[in-house]
Ligand binder design. Sequence first.
Ligand SMILES: [Zn+2]
Length: 291
Amino acid sequence: MKIQLDALQPFLFDQTPIRGNIVHLNNTFQLALQHQTLPLTLKQALGEMMAASALLSATLKMEGVMVLQLQSKGALKLLVVECSSDLKIRATAKWDGDIGDVLFIDLIKNGQFVITLDPTEGEPYQGIVPIEGETIAEMLQNYMLRSQQIDTSLWLDCDGKNASGLLLQKLPNEAEHDADAWNRINILADTVTNDELQNLASETLLTRLFSEEDVRLFEPKFTQFNCSCSKAKVGNMLRMLGQDEVNSILKERENIEVNCDFCNKHYAFDKIDATALFASEAALISSYSRH
Ligand SMILES: [Zn+2]
C-alpha cells in the first residue's frame, strides 16, 4: 500500500461512535513555507499546526476558513495557519531575534491560542484559550474539550519536510452500548510512533493500530498550498489606513510596497493606483447616498 501524500483520509469506527482523519502533508507543507526562512522549531510547529488545521477543518460542516493562531509575547510573536474547507492551506510566523536553541515550550510561555472560524456566509466565530499543554496536539485537545466540549485526540509530527497527523473524535453518543470504546481506541492510537505516522499508508496504519476494530474508510480529500492574497485585498487594507495616511506615505516615496506574509508576493501601489483606490470608494459612497 503506497502512502498518499497531500491527502486527508477520513474514517469511522463501525461499532462505536468515533470518527477520525489521517493527514500527510508534503508539497502542501513545503510550498507553504518555501518563501520563508524559518528556524526549525517554528517550521515544525507550523507543520504540526498545518496538519492539525486540515484534521480539524475536515470535521466541520462549515464552508469557509479556519484560522489557528498561537500568540505569544516573548521572542516568538505569532504563528498563523489558515485552512479552508476545501483544504487549501497557508502559514506564516512572526518572531524577533535568534531563537535557534530555545525550546518551543519556552517560546510560547504565557501565550494564547486563538481559533477563528470564518464562514463564507455569516459571522466569524472566535475562541481564545490560554496555552495548556506542552505540544500543539495537547493544546488543541484542551481547546476542543474546554471551548467546544468535544472529545478530540490528536497525534502530530513534523520532521521539517513532511507534516502528518491523526485525529480521533467522539461523536455525540446516541447509544452508550460500548462505553469504554473511547478509552480503548485512544490507548491503541497512543501506541503510534512518529515514524508510523509519517511513513505508513493510512490503511496500513489503521490496520496496525486497530486490528480488532471495524474501520470504514471514506474517499480521501486532497490538500494544497494556496495563498488567497490579491491586489484587491491589499487595496482594501490601504483603504482602511485612510486616504490621508496613504497620500502622506506617497509624498515620501514613489510606491507603497506590501509583501504578503504568507507567500511573499509583492504588491506595489503608486499614486495612480492610490487615486483609483479612493476614487472608487468615493463613487461607492455617492452611489449609496443616492438611494
Ligand atoms: Zn500571499
